[in-house]
Design a protein around this ligand. Structure first.
Ligand code: B12
Length: 510
């Protein structure tokens, strides 16, 4: 009998942006799939592939299901675009959605014509059971952790308990062309992404993790992490590991063990882009910081979020402004770079209902953030500061506050597909406040910091130096009006995006 084929698609994160990293979610859900019984084809929207053609070509009469993974926003749009073609080719193939968006809003996702089944939350075991049931024509009502359509009605089954991730086998890297997902980073190192833990024990009110993982943190044992790293070093000559974990640093003994073994094995690698928490990591002892640096830790991503205690409390950060300042000092001492992630425009019911009040709050948030960063990096050597305008993502407490403040939530999967992080989604942000935030997030921080320096020099040449100086000047003088550099950059980006879109259109026509 011919083997049934599972086709899985990882969409693009934004219209013109690609994610080159490994499609880890799809590789994770194949861990318990019996390869003797099923073939698996993973298609990732990658700039080097004609991913639309590949996904559609992969579908035939032998396809068991078509699965997609999506976070809220553009990934939904890109998935629907492909699903339309799949439906046209064979309307009987079950369409399975997984990932954060479908997990938060399973019923609403199933209300769409483009979804037949959703897998809610952790997918490894649920997906294997689902594939087995579909292949055997068995009913789906006993599979925990899914929702599905049955005779036009939506059914959401009993929840599935979170399972220890050490129960699952290692990732099968033969599922993808790993080389295509190796990125040469700014230092010329062969970079790959891995995820070694899932969830986060904290309670940030803007985050989706407490809903999906119920504040649990499920981590692979150090031996398992090291085994995978060893494989990638030996087989693919990986020199930099970027960790996608939501919080890599929860268990300091796990970190210690991983770092100790890296040093002991004399692996010439670097690692970083790992998410951590200031308060948690300030408890690390000096020996561990030294060990981390020695093992090649290059960068840590910190959700610093805000520059005032009031806002930190609103987002449930359980950390102080001083924690951010102290964290900057400790990491500087160990020569580890920090990527600070910050937000402005948080909803503060009932103040947000009055736009003039909201504007004052946002301007104060901006001032507080700059003051905090000035204190954190007194020598003005900035690595990376990522500023976001707060965007309400479904399912968390701040999303509910946002609704009270006048935010109109999208009401269907198709509406969520158009939900863009890059636009001003919140009604309480006045034009003036949004414009000041934009000046900081799109010009001042990216050009004052070193993070994008090489990339900017490549695209702008000597003009980068001029932008760098004006960015620092604007920062120092808090001068956010008259956005001449930003307007020039926007025009440049617009032209580049149009050229890329044209190239992509031409490619899919061929
Ligand atoms: C890497 C990453 C990205 C990449 C893209 C990744 C990609 N593959 O396309 C980039 C950097 C581009 C990105 C961008 C953004 N991201 Co992001 N990102 C991540 C991150 C750090 C890792 C994703 C990952 O690989 N996880 C590992 C896999 C194994 O876990 P998983 O996805 O949960 O998969 C499991 C289940 O969900 C399920 N499952 C998943 N897919 C499927 C599919 C099927 C068919 C099935 C059955 C099951 C299933 O099974 C898996 C195994 O249990 C996550 C946080 C995290 N740790 O997950 C945030 C996260 C997904 N991002 C998030 C957000 C908000 C964003 C941004 C909107 C904003 C921002 N500030 O970063 C932008 C949006 C894009 C844009 N317009 O630019 C949120 C999503 C919230 C939401 N409501 O969707 C997350 C959860 C971070 C957070 N805690 O808030 N992101």
């Amino acid at each position: 009998m011919t083997k049934k084929c599972i086709v899985l698609f990882m969409p693009k994160p934004s219209e013109y942006g690609y994610y080159r990293g490994l499609p880890l979610a799809l590789m994770e859900i194949c861990k318990l799939i019996d390869k003797k019984k099923f073939d698996v084809k993973i298609v990732a929207a990658h700039p080097d592939f004609d991913y639309k053609k590949e996904a559609i070509d992969a579908v035939d009469e032998n396809t068991l299901l078509f699965g997609v993974s999506a976070m809220t926003g553009y990934q939904i749009k890109n998935s629907i675009e492909i699903i339309k073609f799949v439906r046209k080719k064979n309307p009987n193939i079950p369409i399975v959605w997984g990932g954060y968006h479908a997990s938060i809003l399973p019923k609403q996702t199933l209300e769409s014509a483009y979804a037949d089944i959703v897998v809610i939350g952790q997918g490894q075991r649920t997906f294997a059971e689902l594939a087995q049931a579909l292949a055997n024509g068995k009913p789906l009502d006993k599979i925990r952790g899914i929702g599905y359509k049955c005779n036009g009605k939506i059914k959401i089954n009993a929840e599935r308990e979170l399972e220890d991730v050490n129960n699952f086998p290692d990732i099968d890297f033969s599922l993808v062309d790993v080389e295509k997902h190796v990125i040469i980073n700014e230092d010329g190192k062969r970079y790959i992404n891995l995820c070694t833990s899932f969830g986060c024990p904290h309670r940030c009110t803007f985050c989706v993790e407490p809903i999906i993982f119920k504040r649990r943190w499920l981590a692979l044992k150090p031996e398992r992490v090291l085994k995978t790293m060893k494989y990638l070093i030996e087989k693919h000559n990986i020199e930099f590991f970027g960790f996608n974990d939501s919080n890599f640093f929860v268990d300091k003994e796990r970190v210690r063990k991983i770092c100790t073994e890296i040093v002991k094995n004399k692996w010439k690698i670097q690692w970083g882009d790992a998410n951590g928490r200031t308060r948690e990591m300030l408890m690390y002892d000096e020996k561990l910081w030294k060990l981390m640096a020695e093992s090649g830790c290059k960068s840590i991503l910190i959700g610093a979020e805000a520059g005032s205690q009031e806002m930190l409390e609103l987002v449930g950060k359980d950390a102080t402004v001083e924690d951010t300042v102290n964290f900057a000092r400790v990491t500087r001492e160990h020569n580890i770079d920090v990527v600070y992630s910050l937000m402005v425009g948080l909803p503060k019911h009932p103040e947000c209902l009055k736009k003039s009040e909201a504007e004052k709050i946002v301007m104060r948030e901006i001032r507080d953030i700059l003051e905090m960063m000035d204190k954190s990096l007194p020598e003005k050597k900035y690595h990376a500061i990522l500023l976001f305008v707060y965007t309400p993502y479904p399912g968390n407490p701040l999303f509910e506050v946002s609704k009270k403040c006048g935010f109109k939530e999208p009401k269907s999967l198709e509406e969520w597909a158009d939900f863009e992080i890059v636009s001003n989604n919140v009604p309480w942000l006045s034009k003036k406040a949004y414009s000041a935030a934009q000046q900081l997030m799109d010009f001042v921080f990216p050009y004052a910091c070193d993070y994008y320096k090489k990339k900017h020099i490549r695209s702008l040449g000597p003009l980068h130096d001029f932008f760098h100086k004006t960015a620092l000047w604007r920062w120092k003088h808090r001068a956010f009006g008259f956005q001449i550099e930003l307007s020039a950059l926007k025009a440049f980006r617009w032209a580049r995006a149009k050229a890329n879109a044209f190239k992509e259109k031409k490619r899919s026509k061929n």
